[in-house]
Design a protein around this ligand. Structure first.
Ligand SMILES: [Zn+2]
Length: 155
């Protein structure tokens, strides 16, 4: 008796339900770190690119992916870490960027800084601190509504 394999499309959909450990409003797929899903001979091969080398969330993400797939009956998962090409914020999905904004985190657009305040949309912002609540984020402040916000700076 051979158990039918779920399609890779199905696996992508399941992975889209795995939240990023640091920013739970977006999934690891929205974040753009899942690069490839492929069936090998008897295992599911998933290629993951960490947001930056040494990001402490990377091992958590690997475990979360394996746990989520095990819940769907896929036990044999081989996770491959691919560091080239490096992750860039361009890999964030539009859905992910919209969710970041809803969450009050300025979505990254360039190395220069946030495009606008996630609260009021003002472009008049300043950096408060290089480090926010996690190493991936910087603390910024809006000069229009005076609200502080995190800028997701993983690049
Ligand atoms: Zn503002």
């Amino acid at each position: 008796m051979v158990t039918p394999r779920p399609s890779t499309d199905q696996v992508w959909a399941w992975l889209d339900a795995v939240p990023d450990p640091e920013i739970p409003v977006i999934s690891v797929v929205d974040l753009g770190i899942v690069r490839d899903v492929e069936w090998g001979d008897d295992e599911l091969q998933i290629t993951v690119t960490p947001t930056y080398s040494g990001c402490p969330a990377t091992s958590v993400i690997a475990l979360d992916i394996q746990t989520a797939l095990a819940e769907h009956g896929i036990e044999n998962v081989s996770l491959k870490t691919q560091i080239a090409p490096p992750w860039t914020t361009d890999w964030l999905s539009d859905k992910g960027k919209a969710r970041l904004k809803d969450y009050g985190i300025a979505a990254p657009n360039s190395a220069k800084g946030p495009e606008c305040c996630p609260h009021c949309g003002s472009k008049d912002t300043e950096r408060v601190s290089q480090f926010g609540s996690t190493p991936c984020k910087a603390q910024w402040r809006c000069l229009s509504c005076l609200e502080p916000f995190d800028y997701f700076k993983c690049i």
